[in-house]
Ligand binder design. Structure first.
Ligand code: ZN
Length: 233
């Protein structure tokens, strides 16, 4: 089955607000900026059996405030996920999947490397999706996962902004480069993980490719390499 994943402008806004808050602002006892965030993703599902297509429309995302957020990993809280899924369903929204972020500060991996592998799901991510799928009995069970990668650059670089794959869009926010990736995973008989064909659709990003709004600059605080601050224009 082919999956089309539609990200509305309001859900994109939520992804970016939460992503940048986790990226720039120092949280709690963390010694540095650039921590990962974890969120669940909600909306509607349209099944088109004739075309063997499943369309997931993301209407909003909700950050899991009980997740343990660190710079190299994030751990979700299962009880929070169950609670939110059931509550959202009462209000008419399905839980479609999950998302997390991959933050890279200026010195932490070149842009080319981020584009090649940093914006992909990590081995740890894949292991985690496998475990999730093992909890489902149905043969046609799947998980939908998003990763928002944010890479701090010296200055804005919009040259490659645009779609880079069916399921990945590259775009700029000020002097930061972002990659939004969506992927549906299923399992096969040997419990391996399979990537189902997934198309990411986001009218807003495809129209503007980079966010034209005035956005200041994200930079390291004086004498601090790993603590960022935001300077408005
Ligand atoms: Zn990851």
């Amino acid at each position: 089955m082919k999956h089309v994943v539609e990200v509305t402008q309001s859900s994109l806004t939520q992804m970016l607000l939460n992503g940048f808050e986790a990226f720039v602002i120092k949280h709690g006892n963390n010694k540095r900026s650039g921590i990962e965030f974890y969120a669940s993703v909600y909306g509607d599902i349209e099944l088109n059996e004739k075309d063997d297509e499943c369309r997931s429309i993301v209407q909003f995302v909700s950050v899991d405030t009980s997740a343990t957020m660190k710079s190299g990993s994030v751990e979700s809280n299962e009880a929070a996920e169950d609670l939110k899924e059931q509550l959202a369903e009462q209000l008419g929204y399905y839980r479609l999947g999950n998302m997390h972020s991959h933050p890279y500060l200026l010195a932490e991996m070149s842009l080319d490397e981020v584009r090649k592998r940093g914006c992909e799901f990590s081995d740890g991510d894949i292991e985690c999706f496998k475990q999730q799928l093992e909890n489902y009995e149905a043969d046609d069970a799947y998980v939908l996962e998003f990763v928002l990668t944010i890479k701090q650059l010296e200055k804005q670089n919009t040259s490659k902004d645009g779609r880079i794959d069916d399921n990945v869009i590259e775009f700029s926010v000020g002097n930061c480069k972002c990659f939004l990736r969506a992927q549906v995973f299923t399992k096969d008989d040997s419990e391996g993980l399979i990537e189902s064909p997934t198309q990411l659709v986001c009218d807003y990003l495809e129209e503007f490719t980079h966010l034209t709004a005035e956005f200041g600059r994200v930079k390291a605080k004086p004498n601090r390499k790993r603590v960022l601050e935001y300077k408005p224009v």
